[in-house]
Structures are given as C-alpha cells and as structure tokens.
Write a protein that binds this ligand. Structure first.
Ligand code: FE2
Ligand code: FE2
Length: 126
C-alpha cells in the first residue's frame, strides 16, 4: 500500500490492504470469474465499513454521520455497477479497472484519515 494510504490504525490498514488485494485479483481474473470476484469485493466492503462504523459508535466519533453517508454512497455505487455487470459484464469493467481505486483512495485520504486522527487523539489504535 502506498505510504499516503497508511493510517497507522491496524484494523483500518488491514481492511484497506485486503481491499487492494481483492481489487488486483478481480482486475486480472477471467471473464467467467468476474461476477464472483465482484461479489467478494462488495461483501468485503460491507464488512470493512461496518467495522469502522462500530468503532465510530463505540467512541462517539463527532464525524460519524458524514462518514456513514459516504459509506452508503460508495457501497450503493458499487452495487449499482455490480447489478449492471450482471446484465452486461462489460458495464462492470470500467468501474473496476478505472474508477474503484480512485474512489477508494479519495475516501481514505479525505474521510478515513479524519477518523484515524480522532482515534490517535484518543490514544486508540484498533
Ligand atoms: Fe476504510
Ligand atoms: Fe471509511
């Protein structure tokens, strides 16, 4: 993972690393495996977001609602492209190949980093 994506909160970094692994797998998979890997990425993202959200609730994070809204948007967008890809696989490819990484990176840099800083201020390193 690039240095600027490292938040030094182990649970978050682990989720982000695993996401990048899944993304590189789906980028290089056969067409016949594409939907199955797409589903895996969605399930992992649900787990990833839920794990952050449960710490936010636990720690009463001031930016929780904004972060939650952003998670919902990202996940809905991913599901939208998955549904498209189920009908016409070619619709899912540009999202995975050109778009998903940028969206993910922007979320870590702009949103997750704010939460990570909050956790560090509270001396929590989940
Ligand atoms: Fe995250
Ligand atoms: Fe997040």
């Amino acid at each position: 993972m690039q240095d600027n994506l490292q938040l030094n909160i182990p649970l978050m970094d682990k989720m982000h690393d695993d996401f990048l692994d899944l993304l590189s797998t789906i980028k290089s998979c056969n067409d016949s495996e594409f939907l199955q890997h797409f589903e895996e990425i969605i399930n992992h993202t649900k787990e990833h977001f839920a794990s952050e959200e449960s710490i936010m609730t636990e720690q009463n994070f001031y930016g929780r609602q904004e972060h939650l809204d952003e998670h919902i948007n990202l996940l809905n967008e991913m599901i939208y492209f998955y549904e498209k890809a189920r009908k016409f696989p070619t619709f899912g490819k540009p999202y995975i190949n050109d778009y998903a990484y940028e969206k993910f990176k922007r979320h870590i840099i702009n949103i997750d980093s704010q939460f990570a800083m909050f956790l560090k201020e509270q001396n929590i390193s989940s």
